[in-house]
Ligand binder design. Structure first.
Ligand SMILES: Cc1cc2nc3c(=O)[nH]c(=O)nc-3n(C[C@H](O)[C@H](O)[C@H](O)COP(=O)(O)O)c2cc1C
Length: 369
C-alpha cells in the first residue's frame, strides 16, 4: 500500500470534497434557523455520511476570530488539526485536511502534528497552507500582515521548506534562513507512508499561484465563471508543466439541490436574500477587498448575492439534473475537483448523494463508491 492507492488519489475525473463544515454557518451568511451550527457531533455525522458516499476529502477553514464581534458566521470554529485527527480516527477511506496559517504556527510543531494525524489516518491526512490575508486576525495575534504579497509567500516558502525537510530527511539539520534560525531539527515519526502528505494551496495572486506551482499538489482557485475558470486552469497547469511539476486544480462551490429548479431557487432566495445577514457578508467582502486577491474585484459588485449564499464562491442551484450538469461543466473546464457546502450539510447531503452522485457516475465523472 502506498499513498497513491488511497481514495484521495483515485482515478475519478471529478473529485468531491466538503468545505468549511468546521465553522458555524459553514459558507452561508444567513439568519435562517436551520443554519449550520458547526458542532463536533454534526461534523462527525457529516464525515461519516460522505466517507460512506465515496467523497475524496474534507477541508476545514482555519479561522481564529469571526468577522464581526458576537456574530454567528464563523464565530465558532473547530481548530483544524485536532478536528482532522479526530475525524481520521472515526472514518475509513476519506482524506481529511487541516488548514494552517504559516504565520501562526511554528513549522516544527506543524510538521509533527501533520505526521501524527497522518499516522492516525493511515496516510489519509492532507495539509492546506494559508500564507495570510486577514489583517483583523493578524492583529489579534499581534503579528504584522506584510502588505507585499511577495513577503507573505517568502515567509511561507521558508516555513514549508522546513516542514518538508522534517518529513523527508532522516538526519537532523540546521536551518539558517531569513525568518528561522534553527539547530538540529528533526522529527519522528514521519508521515505514514514516509513521504509528504498532499499539499493544497489556495491563492489567486501571482505570487500565491507561483507558490502553489512550486510546492502544492493541488491549487484551489475561486471560480467567477466557467470560461474564466477554464483559462485560469489552462494557464496554471501550463505554468506547472513548465516547472516540471504536475499540479491539479480544485475549485469551491455552494449547493442548493431540490427536486425542481424553482424549488431550489426559492430556497436560495429565502436564505441568501430575504434572510441574509448582509452586515456580516459586507464585512467579509471589505476585508477580502483590502488585503487579499482571492476574488477578482468585479466579483464583489457583480456577484454580491454569492457572499451571503456561500461566502463568495460559485453557486450551484437547481434540480439534481441542473446540479449534475453544472458540476460536469466545472469538470469540463479542466478542474480536477470541487468542494461543496450546504446551508445545513447533514439535512441536505443525503439528497445530494442519492440524486446527484448517480448522475455524475452516469456521465463518467465518478465511479460508484
Ligand atoms: C478553498 C479556499 C480555502 C481557503 N481556506 C482558508 C482558510 O481556511 N483560512 C484563511 O485564512 N484563508 C483561507 N483561504 C484564503 C487563501 O488561503 C489566501 O490566503 C487568500 O486567497 C489570499 O491569497 P492571495 O491574495 O495571494 O490570492 C482559502 C481560500 C480558498 C479559495
Amino acid at each position: 500500500m502506498s499513498r497513491a492507492n488511497t481514495r484521495f488519489f483515485n482515478s475519478n475525473t471529478l473529485k468531491l470534497g466538503v468545505f468549511s463544515a468546521n465553522c458555524s454557518g459553514g459558507m452561508a451568511v444567513t439568519n435562517v434557523p436551520e443554519r449550520w451550527d458547526g458542532s463536533w457531533d454534526n461534523n462527525l455525522k457529516l464525515a461519516q455520511i460522505v466517507d460512506e458516499a465515496g467523497f475524496e476529502f474534507l477541508l476545514p477553514v482555519a479561522r481564529w476570530v469571526g468577522y464581526k464581534e458576537n456574530s454567528f458566521f464563523h464565530n465558532s470554529v473547530l481548530e483544524t488539526m485536532s478536528w482532522a485527527s479526530a475525524l481520521l480516527a472515526s472514518t475509513r477511506e476519506i482524506a481529511v485536511f487541516a488548514t494552517v496559517h504559516t504565520a501562526f504556527s511554528h513549522p516544527i510543531v506543524t510538521a509533527k502534528q501533520c505526521a501524527t494525524a497522518d499516522q492516525i489516518g493511515h496516510g489519509r491526512f492532507g495539509l492546506n497552507i494559508v500564507c495570510g490575508w486577514n489583517s483583523y486576525e493578524y492583529e489579534m495575534f499581534g503579528i504584522d500582515l506584510p502588505t507585499e504579497h511577495s513577503a507573505r509567500y517568502a515567509f511561507g516558502q521558508e516555513w514549508y521548506d522546513i516542514a518538508r525537510r522534517i518529513w523527508s530527511e532522516q538526519k537532523a539539520f540546521d536551518w539558517n534562513g531569513e525568518h528561522f534560525k534553527l539547530k538540529h531539527v528533526a522529527g519522528a515519526p514521519k508521515p505514514y507512508f514516509g513521504d509528504c502528505p498532499p499539499i493544497l494551496n489556495a491563492a489567486s495572486s501571482e505570487e500565491g499561484r507561483a507558490f502553489a506551482v512550486r510546492n502544492a499538489d493541488f491549487l484551489f482557485t475561486v471560480l467567477a465563471d466557467i470560461e474564466k475558470g477554464r483559462q485560469d486552469v489552462t494557464a496554471v497547469k501550463a505554468q506547472a508543466a513548465q516547472a516540471g511539476r504536475k499540479l491539479g486544480v480544485f475549485t469551491t462551490s455552494y449547493v442548493v439541490c431540490r427536486p425542481t429548479d424553482a424549488e431550489a431557487q426559492d430556497y436560495h432566495r429565502y436564505y441568501a436574500d430575504t434572510n441574509a445577514n448582509w452586515e456580516e457578508a459586507e464585512r467579509f467582502m471589505a476585508l477580502q477587498n483590502i488585503s487579499s486577491q482571492s476574488f477578482p474585484p468585479e466579483v464583489f459588485k457583480q456577484f454580491r448575492g454569492r457572499f451571503a449564499g456561500g461566502n463568495g464562491v460559485y453557486p450551484i442551484i437547481g434540480s439534481p439534473d441542473t446540479v449534475a450538469d453544472t458540476l460536469a461543466a466545472i469538470s469540463g473546464a479542466g478542474f480536477d475537483g470541487v468542494t461543496v457546502a450546504f446551508v445545513n450539510y447533514n439535512e441536505e447531503l443525503p439528497y445530494f448523494c442519492q440524486e446527484v452522485l448517480p448522475r455524475l457516475e452516469a456521465k463518467g465523472l465518478r465511479k460508484p463508491a
